[in-house]
Write a protein that binds this ligand. Structure first.
Ligand SMILES: Nc1ncnc2c1ncn2[C@@H]1O[C@H](COP(=O)(O)OP(=O)(O)OP(=O)(O)O)[C@@H](O)[C@H]1O
Ligand SMILES: [Mg+2]
Length: 224
């Protein structure tokens, strides 16, 4: 049995002005697990990923990362945990004043890594996601699919323990969907826990993932 990475205990969530989104969710996610979270638009996929990354606090219930409860964790420890999570946002959130290269390298720069030690890794990853032609361009000059691939590269460049990706193939073509999936599959084989929110049938059928379906405020684990 793998060690538990994330543990959700009796999670209830509703936004202040909305209906219930989650009603009593309990789930353990093990180190090295791979899940696809699916469900109709508005079901709560993005909300689920935000809860797992501690960027959103549930209305009630506990979420722990490696045994540390988000509810009573000190800010400096939370920062340490967040550094172990690579998040691909549904709306990308690239910084407009930084080039593609600078956006992807940013998590390493923030960790005070020296550029000479990571430059080749960033260049290689940009090649892998077919963005070499965008290296020195700013996000506003990139297509939606190019921005999405830059956001994915930024999320994986630090080899995080956990990858949370929100609709990571929503804007890319079939060829790039395959590449992105093989990146996540390979990282998962090396032990990274991967959780992808997606509607994309290609992702659901081509990934190694177990499927979590969100429906009527509950989750259902679907065996393939
Ligand atoms: N900040 C917020 N305040 C109030 N309601 C919100 C907020 N964010 C999301 N919601 C509502 O919560 C529900 C779940 O939203 P969420 O974004 O998690 O859905 P989703 O499954 O990711 O949908 P999609 O497939 O369209 O991305 C929706 O009804 C949405 O309107
Ligand atoms: Mg969403």
């Amino acid at each position: 049995m793998a060690n538990t990475l994330l543990s959700l205990e009796q999670i209830y969530h509703r936004y202040s002005i909305s209906r219930d989104i989650f009603n009593d969710i309990t789930l353990n996610i093990g180190e090295g697990d791979f899940y696809c979270v699916t469900g109709s638009s508005g079901a709560g996929k993005s909300t689920f990923l935000k809860l797992l990354s501690s960027s959103l606090k549930p209305t009630s219930g506990n979420i722990s990362f490696n045994g540390s409860n988000f509810n009573d964790i000190a800010q400096n420890k939370l920062y340490h945990i967040k550094r172990q999570i690579g998040f691909v946002f549904q709306d990308f959130r690239l910084l407009p004043h930084l080039t593609t290269y600078e956006n992807v390298a940013l998590p390493l720069k923030v960790q005070n890594k020296k550029e000479k030690n990571y430059k080749m890794d960033v260049v290689e990853l940009l090649n892998w996601v077919n963005l070499e032609h965008c290296t020195h361009s700013y996000p506003n000059y990139l297509s939606g699919g190019e921005q999405q691939r830059a956001a994915i590269a930024r999320a994986v460049i630090t080899s995080p323990k956990l990858i949370l990706a929100d609709e990571p193939t929503g804007n890319v073509d079939n060829e790039n969907t395959k590449k992105i999936l093989s990146l996540f599959n390979e990282m998962n084989k090396l032990g990274t826990t991967v959780i992808i929110a997606t509607h994309d049938e290609n992702v659901l059928s081509q990934s190694r993932a177990t499927i979590i379906e969100i429906e009527n405020n509950k989750i259902k684990i679907k065996d393939k």
